[in-house]
Design a protein around this ligand. Sequence first.
Ligand code: AMP
Length: 218
Amino acid sequence: MPLRIILVGPPGVGKGTQAALVEEALGTKQLSSGVVFRSEIEAETDLGQLAKSYIERGELVPNGVTIQMMVKRLRTDEVRKKGFILDGFPRTVRQAEALTEELAKEGITLDGVLSLEVDDGVVVERLSGRLGCTKCGEIYHSVNKPPSREGYCDKCNSPLIVREDDKPETIRERLRVFHENTKPVIDYYESLGLLKRIDASRDPQDVFSEIKLKLGAI
Ligand code: AMP
């Protein structure tokens, strides 16, 4: 049976890193709303234009377009076959309820929701030094995981950049938005009995081992 899981947590907690590890190990399709938005911006689509202004300010893109965009991706044959690991969606209770309705229509139940948890201080520290590859998306950190050649990706040699929304003022706004809008999503899944909490302050490989343990127990 394909897995259907959600990763929830503050910005910079490592949702993207862990979702990619799960996809690689288990073949579950990673669906990351942030990555989808950034590729829409890159391709200069109408949705990209709309999303850009919100993302640059660290605010949430409105629920309507976000839900539509993610539902479209959930309905693909690939996702039906491989299952999914959602990363960055849902971020509001409205989105979570829309997802519940969509899955009910498809006759699908969620296997679990993994909440990756760290203190706000760790988020600020991690995002402040974050660098991403412009081509393959590999993530580095100026202190914790520097590339071998400064400014360039170890994997594909392309230039590394700091995301526009990883600037200090925007990081603070994204954290505020997380506490206000996404914390209630965690409560929502807890009340449905689907939530598993994971200490994400550790090394990514240790976090991944715990995720596998928790998935094994699902
Ligand atoms: P991320 O890469 O997950 O940190 O997302 C980057 C930005 O994209 C967020 O700060 C939001 O502006 C926007 N975004 C991503 N996912 C969502 C979502 N589910 N709902 C609204 N906005 C989102």
